[in-house]
Design a protein around this ligand. Sequence first.
Ligand code: ACO
Length: 416
Amino acid sequence: MTRTETSSDSVSIDRNAPITAWTPTLDLKQIKTSPDDFGLMTYDPAFMNTASCRSTITYIDGDKGILEYRGYPIEQLAESSNYLETAYLIIFGELPTKTQLANWSSDITAHCLLHENIKKLMDGYQYDAHPMGVFLSTVGAFSTFYPDAKQIFDEQSRKKQVHRLIAKVPTIAAYAFRHSIGRPYVYPDDDLSFTGNFLNMLFKRTELKYKVNPVLEKALDVLFILHADHEQNCSTSAMRTIGSSHVDPYSAMAGAAAALYGPLHGGANEAVLRMLQEIGTIDNIPARLMGFGHRVYKSYDPRAKIIKKTADAVFDVTGKNPLLDIALELERIALEDDYFISRKLYPNVDFYSGLIYQAMGFPVTMFPVLFAIPRTSGWIAQWEEMLLDPDQKITRPRQVYVGKKRRDYLPLNKRG
Ligand code: ACO
């Protein structure tokens, strides 16, 4: 196995190493104590040291704080690209040419409307339904609207679902938000950019044409780029696992979105805001700081660095979020604290993103939904990669059974 040791407890993978250098764990089965022995099996709860796939999409070096999509550094994409172009890159593997970008943009624009019955479906939710619950169940409902999506091995059909998903998730998200505040849904506006149109569907009131603030539009776009993919995280693994049963992509993505909802994953930005609101004084700092720590990053999350810069631009427009001072102080204390230093716990992507979202006018319940919109591109790319990978089969981990030995059923009157 080729790897570069960078510290005692973490490993950064040498991406130039020949892929064959990795040990397929199935080979371990050949190590047996007797011919009828099952063979050696690895036990790896939470997949701390098990690669489930070979991927060409996202590269992370957690020790050095490097994140790249298809080889392009996240810093360069955040600076020079936009979300729609980055989504194309993630899904198709290369930056688009001018013509490809124009076609891609018009395909996405063409698909951003929702079927009117989806609106009826969403109307059925309670007024205080969590928008992420609404989001993930609506994505699941799409499988009933687009039965053609079951043709997962038909390239044209897959392409159509890609267009639908990328285009429709902002519309679902915006409708979920408008539903929660009791305002009428706003139809997409083709004249606007991807993020500009999203802001229009969220915040338009009675004006004839919504005027997009370019700073907020750019900030949201940068946040979308930063959240677009992050290799084999919890929700992406869910997407691949569910997709490995060959179900349609909408059903698989409903599961991925559900995984993202949890407070240890995409729900963390919501949890950070609630935590900052509750802290008040130093005595109230909780044992587990939400927005700190990461399974892969053992240095500053490169996305958190970019977000901090974006926050300054947004606060110039919206005014400073009063929770920012608490967040900065918390970060300062944590980064000087032995507990956090020894465990290499740094702010992650979610520590500052919520402050920006809140300053832009989003309620905390919308935060995980704002994560799910751009992550859709990553989920789809990873799903397609899994489908076309000849190494992949239906996901089915092994277990180590530690329960009771075989025993006989006792009738009710004989149980103690
Ligand atoms: N605050 C305090 N202690 C922490 C934190 C934290 N946020 N995160 C980890 N630790 C501690 C653990 O208690 C553990 O300590 P121990 O060795 O004394 O037992 C040690 O650091 C290692 O942590 P693990 O929980 O083993 O790390 P794991 O990789 O399983 O967890 C996770 C990663 C879930 C992100 C964790 O750091 C966490 O819960 N963070 C807060 C939630 C959060 O911000 N999630 C968003 C992640 S980014 C994303 O999903 C987009």
